[in-house]
Ligand binder design. Structure first.
Ligand code: IMP
Ligand code: MG
Length: 182
């Protein structure tokens, strides 16, 4: 599927809100284990990571000194496949040098976006740098990109909900759905 001018509908729930909630708590526990008592900047990739990062930050709670920042990159527009081009539309407000940073993203598809952003942040000499993704599509991977915290590996099917969109739509759904044509 290339463009969204075909009519699309929600097909079936792939990951329920309960399943997501449980996994987010587990990821938060892993992050607390590693960063307890220290300062940690969660850097969300707009807009898809907003809902996941909000829940993750709350699940981490007060045991880690959490700060939140955001980056925005050029999106797919209305297309559902990667152009491979990554353009920084908004950078983080905080200097990354000497900081503990987790880059938080909704989904790793080809890995092009995260490897580009990861290289960019690493070049600023953070103290620790990790990547956290809610979803990963291993079959679609084009570049190696180390994920420290991974929610779920999913098949190569387009999904929406819990921050993920299709041409801007369906980000606010509490569950993650598969999309179908027709
Ligand atoms: P990558 O650079 O190919 O890894 O692209 C990652 C980006 O593609 C994500 O941030 C999403 O915006 C988008 N994306 C990839 N697969 C899906 C999907 O199934 N649903 C919604 N967005 C997706
Ligand atoms: Mg995105």
């Amino acid at each position: 599927m290339e463009e969204t001018d075909v009519s699309l509908r929600l097909d079936a729930i792939l990951l329920s809100r309960e399943t997501i909630h449980k996994r987010v708590s587990e990821l938060a526990a892993e992050i607390i284990d590693e960063f307890r008592g220290s300062e940690l900047i969660l850097v969300g990739v707009l807009k898809g990571a907003v809902i996941f990062m909000s829940d993750l930050a709350r699940a981490i709670g007060g045991e880690v000194d959490v700060r939140m920042d955001f980056m925005a990159v050029s999106s797919y527009g209305n297309s559902m496949s990667s152009s491979g081009a990554v353009k920084i539309v908004k950078d983080i407000d905080t200097p990354a040098e000497g900081k503990n940073i987790i880059l938080v993203e909704d989904i790793m598809d080809t890995g092009l976006t995260l490897s580009y952003l990861g290289d960019m942040i690493m070049a600023r000499n953070p103290s620790k740098f990790k990547i956290c993704v809610l979803l990963e599509k291993p079959e679609r991977k084009k570049v190696e990109c180390a994920i420290a915290y991974r929610g779920f590996s999913i098949p190569d099917k387009f999904v929406v909900g819990y921050g993920l969109d299709c041409a801007g739509k369906w980000r606010n759904l509490p569950d993650i759905w598969r999309v179908a044509e027709g």
